[in-house]
Design a protein around this ligand. Structure first.
Ligand code: FES
Ligand SMILES: [Fe+2]
Length: 377
């Protein structure tokens, strides 16, 4: 039986028993108070797996992306043995940030005094070495962070003793099994895009499909209207998922032969807490890994990846990729405009809480419950 069948609730049915009839939005201060932001970085981003992007972005030894775990700069590097290692992105001499952006390298060389490190972070070269005591610099290595991969995504954590991502996201993996997301090809990746909004507002926006008809008028709204949303219940502490069905006139050509009838009609919208967002369409995936910068600024790392089974079956894969990337760029622009307006509105500083739609915004409540569980507020 396909696990996607669990999405049987639609707007014209009574609420599922585990969805409260009345739900409040977070208060405005949650998006504007720098103390709350600092506390979230310490209590959430320092304590859980954080998504940094697709492992396919760094296929060969020496390929790397730099990212942030909360506010901490990190390097995610493909190793000689094919594994991925995450290291603190600062020099052991006097803390200069070692690498910027993404690329490929044979070693990591600090631009300040040229201390050099192997791909696994071991210190190998120190100019004017005689000025240091040998036993001080011997065996020095960049700090390593816990790293895991699941469904083609890389996760990083400061804590070493967390449950592996594959176990923790196993129920999500079952729902998305037939898509075989590990094998998707990244065809469009934006590593840096500043959104002038609190990270939670961007998260909230991605995981609800109430706004699709009203905001995405020039992109995905007509094919995936609000009326076609089918929702949870999810009830999982680590992720949320719902589906947005295609309306009949807009059913896409399905190229991935591994999908069942049910999966061919849906667009799954998932949020992997705290910062990963993945929308899985029969032919492609639109993902985001949020990097909070300050209380009202977030780097949105995002991309569009395509099923290689699907691409092989297409007559003109490049044309298809170009069309889809264009649609998703428009959808992203539409979302960005709205979340920046939410931030602007939240600056009023009212104590009055907004309202969440039951059931269409129950996914926001699931995320807010997660934030509450880890941060206490
Ligand atoms: S700070 Fe890196 S070599 Fe001096
Ligand atoms: Fe959206």
């Amino acid at each position: 039986m396909s696990h996607s069948k669990q999405f049987k609730y639609t707007l014209d049915q009574p609420l599922a028993p585990n969805i409260p009839g009345r739900m409040l939005a977070r208060k405005q201060q949650s998006f504007t108070d720098p103390h709350i932001f600092d506390h979230e970085m310490a209590s959430i981003f320092d304590h859980d797996w954080v998504m940094v992007g697709r492992s396919g972005s760094i296929p060969n030894p020496g390929d790397y992306v730099t990212a942030f775990l909360g506010q901490r700069p990190i390097i995610v590097m493909r190793q000689q043995d094919g594994s991925i290692r995450t290291m603190a992105n600062y020099c052991l001499h006097r803390y200069v940030k070692l690498l910027e952006g993404c690329g490929s390298t044979k070693s990591i060389v600090c631009p300040y005094h040229c201390w050099a490190y192997k791909l696994d972070g071991e210190l190998m070269g120190v100019p004017e070495r005689e000025g240091f005591r040998p036993d001080d610099i011997e065996g020095m290595a960049l700090e390593t962070l816990a790293t895991d991969e699941y469904l083609g995504y890389v996760f990083v954590a400061l804590k070493k003793d967390l449950q592996p991502v594959s176990e923790r996201l196993h129920p999500l993996g079952l729902v998305l099994k037939n898509f075989e997301l590990d094998g998707y090809e990244d065809r469009h990746v934006v590593h840096e895009e500043q959104w002038n909004a609190n990270w939670k507002l961007i998260y909230h926006n991605f995981i609800e499909s109430y706004h699709t008809t009203y905001t995405h008028t020039k992109s995905i709204g007509p094919a995936n209207p609000t009326k076609a949303v089918e929702y949870g219940p999810t009830g999982d502490p680590n992720f949320t998922i719902h589906s947005n069905s295609y309306i009949r006139d807009h059913l896409p050509d399905i190229y991935n032969p591994h999908l069942d009838e049910d999966e061919r009609k849906r667009f799954y919208v998932t949020g992997v807490f705290p910062n990963g967002l993945v929308a899985v369409e029969p032919n492609f995936v639109w993902w985001m890994a949020l990097e909070p910068k300050s209380v009202n600024q977030t780097n949105a790392r995002w991309g569009v990846s395509f099923s290689h089974h699907g691409m092989e079956a297409m007559a003109e894969p490049e044309k298809f990729v170009e069309e889809i990337v264009n649609v998703i760029k428009i959808a992203t622009t539409e979302d960005k405009a709205m979340v920046e307006r939410m931030q602007a509105g939240a600056n009023f500083g009212s104590q009055k809480a907004g309202l969440l739609h039951a059931p269409l915004e129950v996914h926001i409540k699931e995320f807010d419950d997660y934030v509450m569980r880890l941060s206490g507020s």
